[in-house]
Write a protein that binds this ligand. Structure first.
Ligand code: ADP
Length: 488
């Protein structure tokens, strides 16, 4: 099959969160299975150009309709770790993608609406007629709308569209100008059965457009697929998702075991596998040395996360104090674009700066993340909601026991040591239900208790996690079936 990914992110060149990892991991696996995969991205100035080889101009004459004008674009091609990527580079006074960051501008709707139109225009002009166009999140929600509204009429009748929702909280609710900009008449498209926002009849909702117009919609875990239909996690899209539930499915993301694997990881102090699991403790020593923590017989609890309200930042702060008061060490690696959240953690850091059992690292540090996964005993993920979550899957591969809230992809991958309705060899962590300090404490105390009192059973949990297979193999099979289904 010829599959074209249209996406705002692809790791490692343009990554803000899990979406970038998913596009890279899924594309690599599909390519390894013999499909022709191409990826279309904006040409951001802030990309990691050191990860792109053979970057060259592929098309210098792309004129993309924009209101009543045309914007001139160059399209570059390049290889990102073996994946063929096309980068759209508009020459316009609006400098859509030369702003030093990926998202966070007032005109983000306009920037990505333009990108969606440009990606289709590029496919048309370069005679690409893929079997599947796979779009991601609100940024590309207009792609299926434009395909069936404009580009089918220009001859692109072959492609089918799969649309993946990575986070339904960000839908892009905006005004009519975005539709006019890309050549769609708001009178035709801002209607309840099309792009009209379910809460505000004066607004259009780009994610809703993607859901209505694509041939199949996926989310990144089966549990999240249910949560967004039946609870407030649908953020207003519940009815739309229920209306289209026949074409909605949840496919659990995978992780890339060529990067996240303690047997081959070059970024950790000592490599290990299940039968050499004692070597994990050399990483604990190395981690303590690196962060100036004292060497004592204590469990080490860690957090590696974006510091966002979604991730349960209040519970993280509570957990730091709880763990320190209950004989543990605590490491947090996290960063936030929100100054208020940063300030909260800075204050906590100041209070605990002299503790020999605690380190809060308020930055983004890929290399340190590897050592934390390898060196910690437990990883805490107290999310309010979690569409999939990669952190728990990575941690388990490193034999680090996850303590998580019962939501989304966390619920699909972590099974409680005491209460899961699973065989003992499938239990791999601790799960709590309510987003409350009491529930968090009860799960943490059970984990800490097992570590202290029953190390043999704790080790079993570690090994159960290491045995899980969260590779892209399964997800790619699901997506292949979905592509086959919509092609027919
Ligand atoms: P989300 O995409 O919502 O941020 P995921 O769990 O899906 O959450 O993915 C998070 C990814 O980002 C993981 O690979 C995790 O290791 C990484 N990560 C998060 N915060 C940091 C940080 N401060 N430094 C290094 N890596 C981080």
């Amino acid at each position: 099959m010829h599959i074209v990914m249209v996406t705002p992110e692809c790791a490692p060149v343009a990554k803000v969160g899990g979406l970038g990892d998913v596009v890279h991991g899924l594309s690599s696996e599909l390519q390894a299975r013999g499909h022709l995969v191409e990826i279309i991205l904006p040409k951001y100035d802030c990309m990691r150009y050191d990860h792109i080889s053979e970057l060259q101009k592929a098309l210098s004459d792309l004129w993309v309709p924009f209101y009543d004008q045309h914007f001139h674009c160059d399209v570059f091609s390049g290889l990102v770790h073996g994946l063929k990527c096309f980068f759209i580079d508009p020459h316009s006074y609006k400098v859509f993608f030369n702003r030093g960051i990926f998202y966070g501008h007032q005109d983000d709707p306009e920037r990505f609406a333009f990108f969606s139109r440009a990606a289709l225009e590029f496919m048309l002009r370069s005679n690409r007629n893929p079997d599947i166009i796979h779009c991601h999140d609100w940024q590309t929600g207009l792609v299926p709308v434009l395909l069936f509204g404009i580009y089918e009429g220009l001859g692109m009748i072959h492609p089918r569209v799969c649309y993946t929702l990575h986070n339904v909280m960000h839908q892009c609710v905006t005004g009519d100008p975005v539709l006019r900009q890309v050549g769609l008449n708001p009178l035709d498209y801002r209607t309840p059965d099309r792009l009209q926002d379910n809460h505000n009849p004066e607004a259009v909702n780009l994610m809703k457009g993607g859901i209505v117009y694509s041939n199949f919609v996926t989310t990144v875990s089966p549990r999240y697929a249910e949560e967004i239909k039946y609870s407030a996690l649908g953020c207003g899209l519940q009815q739309t998702l229920l209306d289209y539930s026949k074409k909605l499915g949840g496919v659990l993301n995978g992780i890339d075991y060529s990067i996240w694997n303690p047997e081959i990881d070059p970024l950790i102090a000592c490599r290990y596998r299940i039968d050499t699991i004692e070597d994990k403790y050399k990483n604990k020593e190395a981690l303590r040395n690196r962060l100036w923590l004292r060497h004592e017989f204590k469990p080490l609890v860690a957090v590696v996360s974006r510091l966002d309200r979604q991730k349960g930042v209040e519970l993280m702060q509570h957990a730091v104090l709880y763990c320190l008061a209950n004989g543990c060490q605590f490491i947090l690696l996290g960063s936030s674009p929100d100054p208020r959240i940063n300030q909260e953690f800075l204050e906590l850091k100041r209070r605990l700066d002299y503790s020999p059992d605690c380190h809060l690292e308020l930055s983004y540090n890929e290399e340190l993340a590897h050592l934390i996964y390898a060196g910690a005993d437990m990883i805490l993920i107290p999310s309010a909601f979690e569409p999939c979550g990669l952190t728990q899957m990575i941690a388990m591969k490193y034999g680090t026991v996850p303590v998580v809230r019962n939501t989304g992809g966390l619920a699909d991958t972590v099974f409680d040591a005491d209460y899961a309705s699973k065989a003992h060899h499938e239990r791999n962590g601790y799960v709590f239900n309510d987003l409350s300090p009491q529930d968090l404490e009860s799960a943490l105390s059970r984990a800490i208790g097992l570590w202290n009192l029953y190390p043999r059973y704790f080790r079993e949990l570690m090994i159960n996690g290491m045995r899980c297979d969260f590779s892209w193999r399964h997800a790619a099979e699901y997506y292949q079936n979905i592509y086959d289904y919509i092609k027919e």
